[in-house]
Structure formats: structure tokens, C-alpha cells
Design a binder for this molecule. Structure first.
Ligand SMILES: CC(C)(COP(=O)(O)OP(=O)(O)OC[C@H]1O[C@@H](n2cnc3c(N)ncnc32)[C@H](O)[C@@H]1OP(=O)(O)O)[C@@H](O)C(=O)NCCC(=O)NCCS
Length: 333
């Protein structure tokens, strides 16, 4: 569904119409998908799905600037429960430097806030032209040195979003995408067990924007992956457990990936309780750093340390051993 959001004048004097397309909307797919045809496979799969059908509770909005009905500039916001991902910013080469995106973005930000979004994350190159446009619209680098940026409607949004409260476990869904990216953008805590996620390829404070899409695509292709999410009563996704074929071991056996926000460390066992443990074969978990909630929870569910790889990962700037924990049967002749 398209909603008109206004009309602006470009530096050339051309009139550009601004609007928002709320997915699903197959009619706009015909224009927006070719406009973003330079995107990678996972993203194209996501577009195919988003324009065609509802994706759990994910709200996907494409903000567009058009001249004579033709696309000139675009930005997408996708998310749920107040937290979204901003991406796919693009102006057609022949329309650049006319003020097209610079005029679309503030209108998009105002509309996104009206729609209830309180936190947005994005990834770009540090201090690029796009970075400066985002900075001018309230985004800040999460670490001061990278192009991973976030915008918060008020300074205390995250403190309120991640405050402790009752939690429940359910299958992870598309509407966890934005909330999960906000979660993995949180700073690494002193003594935190890393990497944060093998399944999402997040080592420390980082993004799962692309890898979440890739995992969803693998699930659509029938790879036997069970993703579970821990949701707090305040709407935040505060943890996950993913059971999947262990790619480190060429799919022989299973990999269990576990992470929870520090405020909910006591609920890690709830996630493990909901894992459909395989009847046969080993399940491995890999972790580095001082033993913390993750190792403790895994031990409670029968995992035992079976190996340690010395100086295997950089943790807080120092080489640290990687511990391999496993439960279930090892390979037998
Ligand atoms: C980044 C991009 C979206 C900007 O779109 P645009 O419609 O040309 O942006 P605007 O004309 O509104 O530019 C706004 C301001 O950004 C800065 N800017 C943008 N492109 C610039 C460039 N190539 N060189 C210098 N400054 C630039 C300028 O300050 C500009 O204002 P000004 O022209 O009045 O000086 C566009 O260049 C693009 O599509 N690039 C390729 C895709 C991309 O990089 N996307 C972002 C990935 S996260």
C-alpha cells in the first residue's frame, strides 16, 4: 500500500514526490526490485518474500522518491516492536547530488517515528558521504570507529527496552530481525563469553543484518535448523538458541549456539529447555573467554568440555583459548 508523504523540489527544479510503500505490495515490486538489482542473493530472496506475503510480524516499509512515477531514491526500514533496521539506501546515478535522498530521509525518519519505531540500526562505511547524511539525521556510530550506527528516539530507549522482566521462549521469527540487531549492537560486557554467535557470525559487538537473512533462507530451503528466541515482556528479543548441523564438522553432528542479554542470564536454561535435542549424534558448542552463564547453562544440560584450542580467538584484544563443549554420542565405527 502506497501513502503519499509530500512533495519536494530538487536542486534542478524538478518536483519529487515522497511516499511510503508498506509491504506486502506486489505492484511496487516491479519497480523497487529492479532499482535494487545490485543487492546480494539473500537480500533478493527477502525482497521476493516481503513484496508478496506477510512475514510473521515484520513490518517492511520502502520510502520512495519519484519523478513522473519513476523511482529516483529509496530507503527501507524493516522491524517490529519498536526496533528496526534501516537499509537499501540508493539514489539512481543520474539523479545524485540533487538533494533527493537528503530530502527523503528526514521525511522517512518522521514517518518511522509515527509508526512506533524507537530504535533503528544500520551499517555503512565509516565517515562516507552516506554516513554523514545518517549522522545529520540523528544516527551515531556504536563504537566511534565503525560505520555501524544507531538512532534512538530518546537517550533512555535501550535502558527501558532491555530492562529486566518476565521472558518467554518461542520459535524465532522474521519480526526478531530488527530487535536482534539492536541486541547484537550492544557493547561487549567485561568477562563476556564470545563469540556472541556462530550461527549469525557475530564475534563481539556486531551486526546480524545479513546473516539473519541467510539463516532464514537456509530454513526455507529445508536445512534442519531450529532457531528459538527469548522475548521479554517489554517486547525486546533478549536471547536466542539455534540448533543446526555443525558446519565446523561438515554437518556431522549438531551445533548449539546460545546467547542471552546479561540482564537475562538466568533465563539461558529456559532456551535450552525448549531445544529439540537430537536422539542421535553429538551436539557441540564453542565458546571463549572466562566461564560464565553460557558454560554454566550448557553444563546443566549435559555438555562437558572435550577440547581446548589455545590462543584461538581474540577476546578483548587478547588471544584466548576456544573451548569445545559437547553432549551426546561421538562418532563411532
Ligand atoms: C549516498 C547516496 C544515497 C546519496 O544520495 P543523493 O540523493 O545523491 O544525496 P543528496 O544529493 O541528497 O546529498 C546529500 C548530501 O550528501 C553529501 N554527498 C552525497 N554524495 C556526495 C558525493 N558523491 N560527494 C560529496 N558529497 C556528497 C553532500 O553533502 C550532499 O549535499 P550537497 O550536494 O548539498 O553538498 C547516493 O550517492 C547513492 O545512492 N550512492 C550509492 C549507494 C550507497 O552508497 N548507499 C549507501 C550505502 S549505506
Amino acid at each position: 500500500m502506497y501513502t503519499h508523504l509530500g512533495s519536494v523540489t530538487l536542486k534542478t527544479g524538478e518536483q519529487m514526490e515522497l511516499g511510503v510503500v508498506r509491504c506486502p505490495d506486489p505492484s511496487w515490486a516491479r519497480q523497487i526490485k529492479p532499482f535494487l538489482s545490485h543487492k546480494g542473493r539473500e537480500t533478493k530472496d527477502f525482497f521476493d518474500a516481503a513484496f508478496e506475503r506477510p512475514m510473521d510480524g515484520l513490518e517492511t516499509r520502502f520510502y520512495v522518491g519519484t519523478i513522473g512515477g519513476l523511482l529516483v531514491t529509496n530507503v527501507m526500514v524493516a522491524g517490529a516492536r519498536g526496533a528496526g533496521i534501516l537499509g537499501h539506501v540508493y539514489t539512481a546515478p543520474e539523479h545524485r547530488r540533487k538533494g533527493a535522498y537528503g530530502q527523503l530521509m528526514p521525511v522517512q525518519m518522521a514517518d518511522t517515528q509515527r509508526a512506533g519505531f524507537r530504535a533503528l540500526t544500520l551499517g555503512t562505511g565509516f565517515e562516507t558521504h552516506a554516513y554523514r547524511i545518517y549522522h545529520g539525521n540523528g544516527f551515531r556510530s556504536i563504537d566511534g570507529t565503525s560505520g555501524r550506527m544507531k538512532w534512538l528516539a530518546q537517550p533512555d530507549v535501550e535502558a527501558r527496552y532491555f530492562r529486566s522482566g518476565a521472558t518467554s521462549v518461542r520459535p524465532a521469527r522474521w519480526d526478531d530481525w530488527g530487535p536482534l540487531n539492536l541486541l547484537t549492537y550492544q557493547p561487549v560486557q567485561a568477562g563476556e563469553e564470545l563469540p556472541r554467535s556462530w550461527s549469525f557470525r557475530v564475534k563481539g559487538q556486531g551486526s546480524l543484518e545479513g546473516t539473519f537473512q541467510a539463516l532464514q533462507r537456509d530454513i526455507m530451503r529445508q536445512t534442519p535448523i531450529t532457531p528459538l528466541a527469548l522475548e521479554s515482556e517489554h517486547g525486546a528479543t533478549v536471547g536466542w538458541a539455534v540448533l543446526q548441523p555443525d558446519n565446523v564438522a561438515f554437518g556431522e553432528g549438531w551445533l548449539l549456539d546460545l546467547y542471552v542479554h546479561p540482564g537475562c542470564a538466568g533465563d539461558a536454561g529456559k532456551l535450552l529447555d525448549a531445544v529439540p535435542w537430537p536422539d542421535q549424534g553429538r551436539v557441540a558448542a564453542y565458546t571463549a573467554g572466562p566461564e560464565g552463564y553460557r558454560t554454566a547453562a550448557l553444563r546443566d544440560f549435559g555438555f562437558r568440555p572435550i577440547a581446548e584450542l589455545p590462543d584461538w580467538l581474540q577476546v578483548s584484544g587478547k588471544p584466548a583459548p576456544l573451548r569445545v563443549l559437547a553432549r551426546g554420542q561421538m562418532l563411532r565405527d
